[in-house]
Design a protein around this ligand. Structure first.
Ligand code: SF4
Length: 386
């Protein structure tokens, strides 16, 4: 692959590899805690996955219901397509309220939207002491009641958010469940898989009240390219993700290279699947090759997302839709023919090396440190050659 992003990615990976680090990609601790918390872990994962799938499969209808309920209760819903759309609408709201400072709570979604920059550009100060205007990121929206499920890291944070005069909530269009009863299972799965705890965070179910002061409660529903993934049925199940990061922890590649090569708020196996669709495809299509297909991510995922299979599906999608470079398509075809031919793989070490090196020399982006054993697998283990 010859894209500049891929070259940058490889360079960053090789720099990360020089750093000394402790490598541990075992999922034993998580699995032990999960088995203590859930009587039947397999069943719990299936229930959680079904709940999210049910919402995603009818996402447009469900969001319209949420909008209706939230608005009926005197809240305001702002629909945003991309982050710049979000920026315009948020700035308009803050200008209207003559807002000079906000209390911005941290979240991965705030980073994804570049909220700190948005506020800086609008000359709005971030003041974590005040509770006049807060911007907070709910864990989930609840369709049937028009409520928001909020998780807090302390009772002080909870007090600040719930007692604030103007509450601005921001969440991706995919982070919803249908009814309040659906929440509990996610709360426990998240605390086990993200924090290795068997007790959840402090939380509150927030529903605007009809008597609430007018114009004081807002929710921004932001797509930011998630509809590209909804449109792709092959990988749609990745939207069931609860951002627990368990797949990162068990990924041998991520353990070696870390966050830096991804150059994004998302990293690890989840990022390998979503970034080509959330961002410019050309800048991230190489991520489908950044995987050993060991399957650790799929086994650990609390939402039963077949992450490593989705990475393979991306690869197939890019090949079929001619999104890969022509030279990559040619190399992959020849390489696949070579590696799946018993006759060619039984050739002696020198011949095999020459053959592969010939291919690799055409692609400057592939490492040429190939080492072949002098014996074939069959010779090594005394099996009969076919
Ligand atoms: S893909 Fe699964 S394991 Fe990875 S962050 Fe999402 S829910 Fe967690």
């Amino acid at each position: 692959m010859n894209t500049s992003s891929y070259k940058k990615y490889l360079l960053s990976c090789s720099e990360s590899l020089k750093e000394e680090k402790e490598i541990n990609f075992s999922s034993d601790v998580t699995t032990d805690i999960a088995q203590n918390v859930f009587k039947n872990l397999k069943k719990a994962k299936k229930i959680a996955s079904d709940i999210k799938t049910k919402f995603i499969n009818k996402i447009s209808d469900n969001l319209v219901i949420f909008d209706k309920k939230f608005t009926e209760n005197s809240g305001h819903v702002h629909w945003c397509i991309a982050y710049n759309d979000f920026e315009i609408k948020l700035r308009r709201l803050l200008e209207k309220g003559k807002t000079k400072s906000v209390n911005l709570f941290p979240s991965y979604f705030s980073e994804e939207l570049g909220l700190k920059n948005i506020l800086e550009n609008a000359d709005i100060e971030i003041d974590n002491e005040q509770n006049d205007t807060v911007i907070f990121f709910p864990k989930f929206g609840i369709v049937n009641t028009g409520s928001l499920f909020l998780e807090f890291s302390s009772s002080f944070d909870m007090e600040q958010v719930l007692s604030s005069n103007t509450k601005i909530f921001v969440l991706p269009i995919t982070d919803f469940v249908l009814k309040p009863d659906d929440i509990e299972i996610f709360v426990y799965l998240y605390s086990v898989y993200k924090n290795h705890n068997d007790f959840p965070y402090l939380s509150s179910l927030f529903t605007p009240q009809p008597l609430e002061k007018n114009d004081s409660i807002h929710v921004f529903l932001v797509d930011n390219s998630r509809s590209n993934i909804i449109a792709n049925k092959e990988i749609r199940s990745i939207l069931n993700c609860i951002n627990c990061d368990a797949c990162k922890t068990v990924c041998p590649v991520y353990n070696m290279v870390g966050d830096k090569p991804f150059d994004n708020v998302f990293s690890g196996p989840y990022a390998n699947v979503v970034l080509p669709f959330l961002e410019n495809t050309d800048n991230y299509k190489h991520l489908c090759f950044s995987c050993t297909n060991c399957g650790n991510c799929s086994s650990v995922c609390p939402m039963n997302i077949p992450v490593s299979e989705l990475i393979i599906r991306n690869k197939k999608y890019f090949f079929e839709n001619k999104i890969m470079d022509i030279s990559d398509i040619r190399i992959s075809k020849v390489l696949s023919k070579t590696l799946s031919s018993r006759k060619l793989m039984n050739q002696n070490k020198v011949m095999k090396y020459l053959r592969i090196k010939l291919l690799i020399n055409n692609s400057k982006s592939v490492s040429n440190k190939f080492i072949f054993s002098s014996k074939t697998f069959n010779q090594q283990y005394g099996l009969k050659e076919e």
